[in-house]
Design a protein around this ligand. Structure first.
Ligand SMILES: [Zn+2]
Length: 249
């Protein structure tokens, strides 16, 4: 039995014209199961309940930590005409991340549709739900790097408890894993060394600070490689981060 958010994402994709095979591939669910969900569209979806307003048991803290990371990375909240929309811009080259963000949104806004909007090179995952404001009180006028971003105590507690999930959201949105190639003179000629490193880019000093303190919490060494970059390049740190957050796919 798949959790409701997975079924909700499948139904939303099907209703927007995706084929059973496409949905099956994207979510890793058997085609027969997806077909079954398609043919029983009348499923009544359980209503969304805001964990902040009404409490939720259990509070999906690991998922919240990840979605908070995505929001602080490449996400934004917009409020217009009494509507609140959460958008996270994902690279179209990483369909698994698009799926991850879609499931995370659906996990919270259970009876709301999660949409994918195509943009050049990107897929914007978006979902309208007024309680995003309760979940992300950092919303405010202007861009994130132009205002103070401070976590509330309940958010800090979740990030401290689930640092890997929070870093997954940050690095899978505003980060990249690069391969550095270095040529060094050696006996008998020039040797070429390649080594991977993770890099997080953000213009908000506060968000960079949240990234670095969370890396500390996970015991991953990092350095500030520029005004807007944090790099993890020591081999053990890269391996630890690979293990904690997974590669971008
Ligand atoms: Zn609420």
């Amino acid at each position: 039995m798949y959790p409701e958010p997975v079924r909700a994402v499948a139904r939303n994709s099907l209703s927007r014209g995706a084929s059973v095979s496409e949905v099956s591939r994207a979510l890793g669910v058997a085609r027969s199961t997806v077909r079954d969900w398609r043919d029983r569209r009348a499923d009544v979806r359980s209503p969304s309940t805001c964990a902040r307003c009404f409490g939720a048991s259990p509070w999906p803290a690991p998922d919240y930590a990840a979605l908070l990371g995505f929001y602080l990375g490449d996400g934004c909240l917009s409020t217009h005409d009494n509507k609140v929309v959460l958008r996270v811009t994902c690279d179209a080259k990483h369909p698994a991340i698009v799926g991850d963000v879609s499931l995370l949104m659906a996990r919270f806004a259970r009876d709301r549709s999660v949409f994918h909007v195509q943009a050049p090179g990107c897929i914007v995952v978006q979902c309208g739900w007024k309680h995003w404001l309760c979940l992300f009180p950092q919303h405010g006028p202007g861009r994130k790097h132009e205002r103070r971003i401070e976590l509330e105590d309940w958010q800090s507690e979740i990030v401290d408890t689930h640092p890997a999930e929070f870093l997954r959201g940050l690095f899978h949105s505003d980060g990249c894993r690069l391969i550095n190639t270095v040529r060094r003179a050696a006996a008998g000629g020039v040797k070429i060394y390649s080594y991977p490193r993770w890099q997080f880019s953000n213009r908000s000093e506060d968000i960079l600070g949240l990234c670095s303190t969370t890396l500390d919490r996970l015991g991953v060494s990092w350095r500030r490689s520029s005004k807007v970059h944090i790099s993890v390049s020591r081999r053990d740190g890269v391996a630890a981060l690979d293990e904690a957050i997974g590669l971008k796919a």
